[in-house]
Design a protein around this ligand. Structure first.
Ligand SMILES: [Mg+2]
Length: 267
């Protein structure tokens, strides 16, 4: 049997407050030793994830902007297709272009006052996300999704309905709502990658790790779901599927580490 791990970043592999993955280093090393691909699958942008993938030490494909695109670094022949970029990385686009998302939000905010990343400068994004202005510049490089905050949450349902009428959708991450293409999800990207890896690996089993509503479909699409609890101890409830669900014993990177180590030991 072979494994593939898909992980959300914020609140899952990365601690919610300080974005550290320090506590997950033992499990990350164990995955590397066993040659298990670790796919980062997040609402973050390509600019952000390219940097993080290097720090985390994974060189397999990663999924950005809530399933908006799969980026394939050089040296991943199992995954075919995708347009080649200047550095040899390939990109399979699954979402709708940012210009269409912005056009919708600019029209929608007349009725539902809201602010998207495109309306904020890097300093404002940095303050809302508790990270540096340099990190915020990378977070603003959106291609397939627009994070936003709505002034009156009661308007969210109407806004989501208007989005669906335009072939778009609204999903919720840890800190923001995100405008995306209808049907765009981490689960779709997971299925594309599982199918590709399954061609060259025997009895492939997928593990997905996440903490938020935008992880739900991905967690339910994987063979094993690892739910990371929030710092207050509550956690995302999954539907009663046929697959295994594990709730990590701690929030953030420490919970990620404990759950993955336990899974690897039982494999
Ligand atoms: Mg998260």
């Amino acid at each position: 049997m072979s494994w593939i791990v898909f992980t959300d970043l914020d609140g899952s592999l990365l601690d919610e407050a300080d974005y550290s993955f320090e506590a997950a280093r033992p499990a990350l090393a164990a995955l590397r030793e066993r040659g298990i691909p670790l796919v980062l699958i997040t609402s973050k942008t390509h600019a952000e994830v390219a940097l993080l993938a290097g720090e985390i030490g994974t060189s397999v494909p990663y999924v950005v902007e809530n399933g908006g695109a799969i980026y394939i670094p050089p040296g991943n022949p199992e995954i075919e297709g995708g347009g080649a970029l200047a550095d040899g990385t390939r990109r399979i686009a699954l979402g709708r272009p940012q210009s269409e998302l912005r056009a919708f939000l600019v029209a929608a905010r007349e009725r539902w006052p809201l602010r998207g990343f495109g309306d904020m400068d890097a300093a404002e994004v940095a303050a809302l996300c508790d990270f540096s202005v340099e990190a915020a510049v990378l977070a603003k490089e959106r291609e397939f999704s627009e994070p936003f905050r709505i002034d009156d949450p009661a308007g969210l349902e109407g806004l989501a309905a208007a989005a669906r009428a335009e072939g778009l959708d609204v999903t919720r991450g840890g800190r923001f709502h995100h405008l995306i293409a209808a049907g765009q999800s981490k689960a779709v990207a997971l299925r594309v990658l599982v199918e590709a890896y399954a061609r060259s690996r025997d009895a492939l089993r997928s593990i997905a790790v996440g903490d938020s509503p935008n992880d739900r479909a991905m967690l339910e699409a994987a063979d094993v779901a690892v739910v990371i609890p929030r710092p207050d101890g509550t956690h995302l409830e999954l539907g009663s599927g046929a697959h295994d669900v594990i709730v990590a014993p701690h929030p953030g990177a420490a919970g990620w580490n404990a759950a993955l180590i336990r899974l690897l030991e039982s494999a």
